[in-house]
Design a protein around this ligand. Structure first.
Ligand SMILES: Nc1ncnc2c1ncn2[C@@H]1O[C@H](COP(=O)(O)OP(=O)(O)OP(=O)(O)O)[C@@H](O)[C@H]1O
Length: 240
């Protein structure tokens, strides 16, 4: 389980996350929801160690292993847990081939697994056929698949996806939904998913948490993410 306690974050003098307490159960998919600008990306970036946290704790608990403090890892724990992160800008090396992209992603952890690429091609068979192709020739959906493949190549314990459906079509949403269910239910991966499309969250997530102006205002089973809650925290009135 990933556990956040009293997490506060600032951009300069702007207080962005306020005493966020959240638990993300292991092996489950949690949808992180909220209007634009409420702090979803910032929360993901704090967990992934991409922006500094002012105060609080972010701890990873896994059965059979000691708790891991993600904010202040002791030197022997610097490599774990593996976090796969696909940001909103879906960063890939566009001038390099798919093979080269995966190779770089694999080397990034310093302990490459020789079977890793095959595992990833098993998840993304469409990429295998074009593996010697430069990434910039792929369609936007396939580029997203490559970004996801790069994030998955080291079999992360935790996968973070920030707005994966931004600009994507219906068929991609279907494909991604199936893949997430597979990663989650078959491989037991813990997934955090920031997404505006509630229908997608309801379809693939087990749980949700809702941010409003940097505060965690609701969390629970995805069945509890009802229209009343959405109207209260995610309507035009809520924005004021
Ligand atoms: N690098 C930054 N520097 C300064 N302020 C930032 C930075 N990134 C985000 N912010 C501000 O922090 C607040 C939260 O932004 P954040 O991107 O985390 O929200 P979000 O819920 O992910 O929004 P969106 O759905 O539009 O991506 C906003 O007021 C935003 O303007």
């Amino acid at each position: 389980m990933l556990s956040l306690r009293a997490v506060n974050q600032f951009y300069g003098s702007q207080h962005t996350l306020w005493n966020v307490d959240l638990d993300f159960p292991q092996g489950m998919c949690t949808g992180v929801v909220g209007l634009p600008g409420m702090g979803k990306t910032t929360l993901m970036n704090c967990i992934a160690g991409k922006v500094p946290v002012e105060s609080g704790s972010i701890i990873w608990y896994e059965a059979g292993a000691p708790p891991r403090d993600l904010l202040n890892p002791p030197p022997e724990q610097r490599s774990g847990p593996e976090i796969g992160y696909v940001s909103q800008d879906r960063r890939i090396f566009s001038q390099l081939t798919i093979e080269e992209n995966l190779h770089i992603a694999m080397r990034a952890t310093g302990k490459p697994n020789p079977n890793a690429k095959n595992d990833v091609y098993d998840l993304f068979p469409a990429l295998y056929g074009v593996r010697q192709t430069r990434a910039n020739t792929l369609s936007p959906d396939d580029q997203y698949q490559l970004a996801l493949a790069n994030a998955l190549v080291n079999r992360p314990h935790l996968l973070i996806l920030d707005e994966p459906l931004h600009g994507a079509g219906h068929s991609f949403a279907q494909k991604l939904g199936q893949l997430l269910v597979r990663l989650n239910r078959e491989l037991g991966m813990t997934v955090l998913l920031a997404e505006q499309q509630m229908s997608f969250i309801r379809r693939v997530a087990d749980r949700f948490c809702m941010l409003y102006r940097g505060r965690n205002v609701a969390q629970g089973h995805v069945n509890e993410l009802d229209d009343e809650l959405i109207a209260h925290w995610m309507s035009r009135e809520a924005r004021r």
